[in-house]
Ligand binder design. Sequence first.
Ligand code: HEC
Length: 144
Amino acid sequence: MSQLNITHVVVISLTAVFLLVAMDRAGQLRGPQPTYVPPAKPAPLAAVDPEKGKPPPHNDTVEDMPAGKGREVTFYTCTACHGVALIKAQGLTRDLWDSSIDLMIEKHRMPPVKPAERAEILDYLAEQFPPRRRGRNTDNPFLK
Ligand code: HEC
């Protein structure tokens, strides 16, 4: 009568464990693993696409600027990047408006304008938004 002694039990158990570990490491005990899918390349920004052009970051129209000669060219040259409020808030001499355009071109990468257009824009800006004679503080009734 053959007898299953403790040694057999240990040997059989260890063999089973060894086999299970080997199969597990070979991946046979697990289902299909998710495969790594690299993220899709982001589409180029519409703003960068020269074909599509960049929508301005405001809803201003030409009518938001005071009527006057050169309003159209000023509006279309100056509101590609910001609204008219930024311009209206400024009051400058023609010379300083000129420097302001230089600043837009040098610092903010505004495309250069043709000299004739630039002159028309400057005339308009100097006429409509001159330096204010009275500063904000002198308009303050509490400071009188
Ligand atoms: C290519 C983009 C671009 C164009 C076109 C542009 N600007 Fe600007 N402008 C900017 C940026 C950017 C600022 C800074 C905005 C801010 O601080 O929010 C600015 C600011 C200003 C300011 C605020 C004061 C200052 O000096 O920072 C004024 C005034 C101004 N622009 C006037 C103009 C005028 C006038 C034109 C047309 C001749 C013009 N901009 C065209 C980009 C532009």
